[in-house]
Write a protein that binds this ligand. Sequence first.
Ligand SMILES: Cc1ncc(COP(=O)(O)O)c(C=O)c1O
Length: 358
Amino acid sequence: MNVKNSIHGGNIWAAARKHSCSPERFIDFSANINPLGPSPFALEAIHKGIDMVQHYPDPEATELKMKLSHYLSVPENNLLLGNGGAEIIYALCRALNPKRLVLPVPTFSEYREALSRVPIEPVFLQAENNFALPVELISKTMQPGDAVFICNPNNPTGFMVSKSELIKLSVRAREVGATLVVDEAFMDFAGHKETVLPHVLENQHAVVVGSLTKFFALPGLRLGYLAADKALIHKVNQQLPPWRVNLLAQMAGEASLEDENYMEETLQIINREREFLYQGLNNITGLKPYPSRTNFILVNCSATGITAEIISNKLADNNILVRVADNFPGLDKYYFRVAVRKRYENELLLKNLRSIQI
Ligand SMILES: Cc1ncc(COP(=O)(O)O)c(C=O)c1O
């Protein structure tokens, strides 16, 4: 049996078992979720939807697709919805069945996991200084039949590459007969200026994967999407079961996309608190945070001489969870990642980190 060994943030359940306490006790900096929680519109929709769970959900998720199409400015025919971005990534990999997997690292581990059952070796391309995307190297490396995954902004580094660079890579993918997959799961937190969404619709060699679980704080309900050329949408759809987007996820998704105040407030808090957290981390001796364009910050703690695992364990004793980042290819035991949360939570994290340094 092939046991999946990828480790992610956000496992409050395991932390609660380990510390013999309830999962709600933790302040979770290990998963990159909107610190405001779900939109009040979404919560109301979920309450109303409870009575409807005795019915199957709309298999086409018609209403949600319409609203998402409007939100992303992408025609409905170019969209496919899934039970989280993760499901879409797995189905896309099955549909593409690539000859090689090209991965600029460090990056999200599920691209590799999604193809771990097929005998292809990933081609890892190391990031440049400060984790900049090695655009030239990717361009030179692409071959016919490749799938190239680029996470933008990148998890776990927070680095964002420009739209113009990605468009060049998508053109190159078309020239060589590769597929460029741009994962924009965290793009909402960066505003949408650098999205490549409009550019993938006519290029059969470029697609965008997205998620509504992070910005709209619905990871427990699961909601993700693919934006692509219609032929590929059809092919990926064939890989997926019906009713995969559950009724409550559909209702919460529709309501969330209506809540413009919540979206604005989210961007304000993330921009303000990312700066606060970055400066706070930077002022702690031995910690090196990396500039981020999204809702999390990668930190190198090598100058403290203390591993991220030890720091994480000490924080967990005080009910604070951070993501040890040593299992991302290209990172070592001295990296951890923290989500941007509310001011009092960020202050608590900084206070606890300072006390570990002393
Ligand atoms: C970069 C990236 N893409 C996609 C996903 C999948 O998100 P979800 O399945 O919750 O939509 C994640 C989850 O952490 C992620 O970090």
